[in-house]
Design a protein around this ligand. Structure first.
Ligand SMILES: Nc1ncnc2c1ncn2[C@@H]1O[C@H](COP(=O)(O)OP(=O)(O)OP(=O)(O)O)[C@@H](O)[C@H]1O
Length: 470
């Protein structure tokens, strides 16, 4: 068996040395939500820029004469400070290093993470999150680094299977082989995949990095992905395996959100697909994007008007005494997740000049984003004010309800505010800046270290209680 120095072999002799009761745990340390600002390059047709980066963490914005702000007397430039301001010439790889890599590292160490891309339409949110051929974004790079890091310790497919309640069941390798046999017909041939995938070119420049710290050689890992669309406060499962009727396509059914036994929110009945490589994960993403297009067509809208949530869950279980198979005990599982959220464009309806359905839709998007903003403001006020604590209105929108645990201290939260430097976008951009400023004043609990120990008492959550030592 592979056993690194200082670790307790599973099933080996162990003596309980510490029991930390829930109530006696020390106050959680807090960090602010990390807000980065990415300024995309100015396009030729966009005229003048109204921005300059005055420091690596500070952006200056000048109100153009045509802006509402200038006309109402606000003529002075404003400065906005972020964790970092990323300029238009920075590569996708630089952005991943700064924002995505720390979240990937934490995921591999058993901690949760949440990353939002926020900004007006056409400001670079999808470019940053997913990327384009030859310029892969954060999502494919996260997957590359995850699969590089667990290459030696991936569990056979179907050893872990979702239990329908946000947890996983563990099966023996022989059961997994039966399931593999049953699913053998569902594989897509690499040729079909290459022909179909608009993202396939991204895979030509995989990120080669690997995380070793926190990846346990005495465990096995599996990666699951899910893809959900939040539109007008409905949550759609983009990976649902129901055939799309191309003649009379129907809008997808909305899913409910539920809380699991650990108080984590999840999409009830949502599909989670086990993937063994970045390529496979991209097949899944592409399948979701196809459904997204159909759904958007049936609902007569554009995908940029909805929020998309791509979640990567990493499941880890310790190997048994002989080091050949995982221990079939759910209480020993470590499940961490990273959600990458590409938010809908944040523009106000006055600028989009929409009416009817479009207006209702724009108001709904704004309602979702407005609730997000109200939650941030309430969290901040509760944290800084000495007065009465107000209830954070997470439940007022599906978007905030789904992620309430993060703000209540379940993981690291980061946001990339994407901005267009164009003067014509000034009034919208200032609105975005205000939201960003509120967001980075919110403090969230630092994700708890997962103690890489094995042999915990059954029924107890790993990393929380009963530390064992030789
Ligand atoms: N950093 C960047 N470098 C080069 N091109 C960029 C960058 N950011 C965005 N772009 C380009 O700007 C355009 C708009 O980007 P993108 O589609 O990502 O915007 P978006 O904010 O996701 O818009 P929407 O809200 O409509 O989905 C695209 O053509 C993209 O290629």
């Amino acid at each position: 068996m592979k056993s690194s120095k200082g670790k307790v072999p599973v099933g080996g002799k162990a003596k309980r040395v510490t029991v930390v009761p829930h109530g006696a745990r020390k106050q959680k340390e807090k960090d602010p939500v990390e807000v980065f600002c990415r300024v995309r390059p100015l396009k030729e047709e966009e005229g003048e820029s109204c921005m300059s980066i005055v420091r690596d963490n500070r952006l200056q914005i000048e109100p153009p004469e045509s802006s509402l702000a200038f006309k109402s007397g606000q003529k002075n430039p404003t400065q906005h400070t972020f964790k970092r301001v990323i300029n238009g010439t920075s590569s996708q790889s630089t952005v991943y290093d700064m924002v995505g890599f720390p979240l990937t590292e934490q995921l591999l160490q058993g901690k949760h993470g949440l990353l939002f891309a926020y900004g007006i339409t056409n400001s670079g949110k999808t470019y940053t999150m997913t990327g384009e051929p030859d310029a892969p974004g954060i999502l494919p790079r996260c997957l590359d680094v995850i699969f590089n890091s667990i290459a030696e310790v991936q569990a056979p497919k179907f050893v872990f299977r979702p239990d329908g309640s946000n947890g996983f069941n563990i099966f023996s390798e022989s059961d997994a082989r039966v399931e593999q046999y049953r699913n053998r017909g569902k594989k897509v041939s690499p040729r079909m995949r290459a022909a179909e995938s608009e993202f396939s070119e991204m895979l030509r420049v995989p990120d080669q990095r690997k995380v070793t710290e926190g990846v346990d050689e005495d465990s096995q890992y599996a990666v699951f992905v899910s893809y959900v669309e939040i539109y007008n406060n409905y949550a759609f499962d983009l990976l649902e395996d129901t055939p799309v009727d191309s003649i009379v396509p129907k809008p997808p059914k909305s899913k409910n959100l539920r809380e699991d036994t650990n108080h984590n929110m999840y999409v009830s009945g949502g599909t989670e697909v086990e993937v063994k490589s970045t390529e496979e994960a991209f097949d899944v993403l592409q399948r979701g994007q196809k459904r997204r297009r159909v759904a958007m067509t049936t609902m007569n809208t554009e995908s940029s008007r909805s929020h998309s949530v791509f979640t990567i869950r990493l499941v880890q279980a310790p190997l048994n005494h002989s080091g050949e198979a995982v221990i079939e005990d759910k209480s020993l599982l470590t499940i961490s997740q990273l959600s990458l959220v590409d938010l809908a464009g944040s523009e106000r309806t006055t600028r989009t000049h929409c009416t009817g359905d479009r207006l209702r839709e724009a108001n709904n998007i704004n309602a979702n984003l407005m609730v997000l903003r109200t939650c941030m403001e309430t969290l901040r006020d509760n944290q800084v004010g000495g007065g009465a604590t107000r209830i954070v209105p997470y439940r007022d929108s599906k978007l905030t309800h789904l992620f309430k645990n993060y703000f209540d201290g379940q993981g690291r939260v980061a946001m990339i505010v994407c901005v267009s430097p164009s003067s014509t976008d000034y009034d919208e951009t200032i609105h975005v800046m205000r939201f960003a400023e509120v967001t980075q004043e919110v403090m969230v609990s630092r994700p708890q270290e997962v103690k890489k120990q094995v042999g915990l008492a059954p029924g107890r959550h790993r990393g929380e209680l009963s530390l064992l030592s030789p």
